[in-house]
Design a protein around this ligand. Structure first.
Ligand SMILES: Cc1ncc(COP(=O)(O)O)c(C=O)c1O
Length: 473
């Protein structure tokens, strides 16, 4: 038998070392009672099987049985044959620490989400539409079939089966010419930006051009990781590449297929100018293809990466197609940055979690991801149409932009005096959360709101438009 002093249980971190040499039963009952009373063991929590706990602590099973019996006599636990021993509820006469609310996303001021019963923040798909059944089926199949190697520390670039499926998927849907070896699986576009920021700084870059207006989240991420975001104006053709060329940034982050938040597509002339800029300035284009799958009534635009893989680091994720909580995305950098980025990924987390990667690979291979996207696209299109009708009815003065694709649209109010942030606060008093366009700007501009519609039914969107108008009046 091992040294009694070294014996202990994970359960309540009980250690034989702390027990008196006599009165083991009382010691154990006291420890469990204290944990029930201070809330560490809540109602319904099973106590460990007597045989297992006895083994962990190196005591006879009789000690555990008797301690449990004492607690049962006190009405603190119940023992049912076959069902084990479980904690019963206790009425507390002492304060229990309240569970703190989850941290609010940084962009939205604290307390705002709680005040809204309709949250039109952009960037979130209809989470109730997550393909749970397909995911469970695929996960079961993966668990039945995955090799043990696939569950170990693998290639920091991610599972080969996912990278293979992604290469095919991105070739089919976005025109990319990338092999599995070119792809680094990451935990979302956010991690792609963090890794790029690290690697670019190590190469002497201190700043990166970003679209203005542009994604506040992406801009904040880059700044957090040490790259100064330099605003470059966006007009109806996308980023002003002439202005980009005039400033000295050697990297630029863009959303070319569907500019966030205006929804404009980078015009063909601008695409060519942008690639020329990157080639001449030894610049890097970071392409955030954040919601490319959702296009309703315009022709598809191939990814920039397809035209110049040597100049573009391409990033995408499942945040808009499945759910942001998946934290699953991909980065396809130019060859010259691949090794450094792989190293940065390895240093960050040794690679993304294996199981979700294998499941996603399976959903792509079986066609179920595509089927899901088709379904969601149809639903989102009808939601967009509903919001457009509601805006026409309740806010006819609004200029509506960026309706042809995505999960959000933009309304602006040219000629309106006052701050859109103040208006958003007034609208919040009606229970609707809208993000003012100014949150996504670095320079002043026309007031407006970014309205995410994907997560709401047509009725709720109609109600939201009515209340926005009421809040603005
Ligand atoms: C334009 C844009 N880029 C990137 C992101 C971050 O995406 P991910 O969840 O893939 O990290 C978002 C999130 O909403 C976004 O709107």
């Amino acid at each position: 038998m091992p040294d009694a002093e070294a014996q202990g249980a994970d359960f309540l971190q009980l250690s034989r070392q702390d027990a008196p040499s006599r009165g083991l039963t009382g010691w154990l009952a006291d420890a469990i009672r204290a944990a029930i009373m201070d809330g560490r063991l809540g109602a319904g929590t099973p106590l460990p099987a007597t045989r297992l706990l006895a083994g962990d602590l190196g005591v006879s099973r009789g000690v555990i049985v008797e301690a449990y019996q004492r607690l049962a006599d006190e009405g603190l636990v119940s023992a049912r044959p076959g069902a084990g021993t479980r904690v019963l509820g206790v009425s507390r006469t002492f304060p229990v620490a309240a569970v703190p609310p989850p941290p609010a996303p940084l962009l939205v001021p604290p307390g705002w989400r709680e005040r809204a019963d309709i949250d039109l923040s952009p960037g979130v798909p209809d989470l109730s539409g997550f393909p749970r059944a397909a995911w469970i089926r695929a996960e079961r199949a993966v668990l039945e079939q995955a090799s043990v190697t696939e569950l170990g520390y693998g290639d920091p670039r991610g599972s080969l089966s996912l990278r293979t499926e992604l290469a095919g998927w991105l070739a089919r849907t976005r025109g990319l010419r990338a092999g599995p070896g070119d792809i680094i699986v990451v935990t979302g576009v956010a991690q792609a930006l963090a890794l790029l920021a690290r690697v670019l700084q190590a190469r002497g870059l201190g700043e990166i051009a970003v679209e203005d207006p542009g994604s506040r989240g992406a801009r904040d991420d880059l700044a957090y990781w040490g790259l100064r975001p330099v605003p470059v104006p966006v007009d109806e053709h996308g980023m002003d590449v002439g202005e980009l060329a005039r400033n000295h940034a050697r990297a630029a982050l863009l959303t070319p297929a569907h500019q966030f938040p205006t929804g404009v597509v980078l015009a063909p002339r601008r695409r060519r100018d942008l690639l020329d800029w990157a080639a001449a300035a030894d610049g890097l284009i970071v392409e955030d293809d954040y919601d490319a799958e959702f296009r309703y009534d315009r022709a598809p635009v191939p990814a920039l990466h397809a035209s110049a893989p040597g100049l573009v680091a391409y990033a995408g994720s499942t945040s808009k197609t499945l759910a942001p909580g998946m934290r699953l995305g991909w980065l396809i950098p130019p060859v010259r940055l691949r090794a450094a980025l792989t190293e940065a990924k390895y240093a960050s987390d040794l690679g993304s979690p294996a199981l979700p990667q294998l499941v996603l690979a399976r959903l792509i291979a079986s066609g179920e991801l595509e089927q899901h996207i088709r379904l969601v696209r149809k639903r989102q299109r009808s939601r967009r149409d509903a919001l457009l009708r509601a805006l026409r009815e309740h806010l006819p003065q609004a200029r509506v932009q960026g309706v042809a694709a995505g999960l959000h649209l933009l309304i602006t109010f040219p000629g309106l005096d006052g701050s859109d942030a103040d208006l958003a606060e007034a609208i919040l008093r009606t229970g609707v959360l809208v993000q003012p366009l100014s949150w996504h700007r670095q320079r002043p501009g026309v007031p407006g709101f970014v309205l995410g519609y994907a997560a709401h039914t047509p009725d709720r969107l109609h109600e939201a438009a009515r209340r926005i108008a009421q809040g603005m009046s």
